[in-house]
Design a binder for this molecule. Structure first.
Ligand code: ZN
Length: 69
């Protein structure tokens, strides 16, 4: 059996966000709408929008920080 030299921790979302400056675009779109909720992501129905930072904003922020390193 081959030893595992590098245990990758692939995060498809991070890889996606790191391409084509998507992280920056998402960060500019998924903003606090002024009431502590994401201006883009909605839960649908009467629940309205999800609390900010939403999962995408959080992931995009993480990707942006990785890009800045
Ligand atoms: Zn959002």
């Amino acid at each position: 059996m081959k030893p595992v030299e590098h245990q990758a921790d692939p995060d498809p979302l991070q890889e996606f966000l790191l391409r084509g400056n998507r992280a920056a675009r998402l960060l500019s779109e998924h903003v606090n709408d002024g009431t502590g909720r994401c201006s883009v992501c909605s839960q649908g129905g009467q629940a309205g929008h999800v609390r900010w930072p939403c999962q995408l904003a959080t992931a995009a922020q993480r990707a942006a920080e990785r890009l800045a390193q």
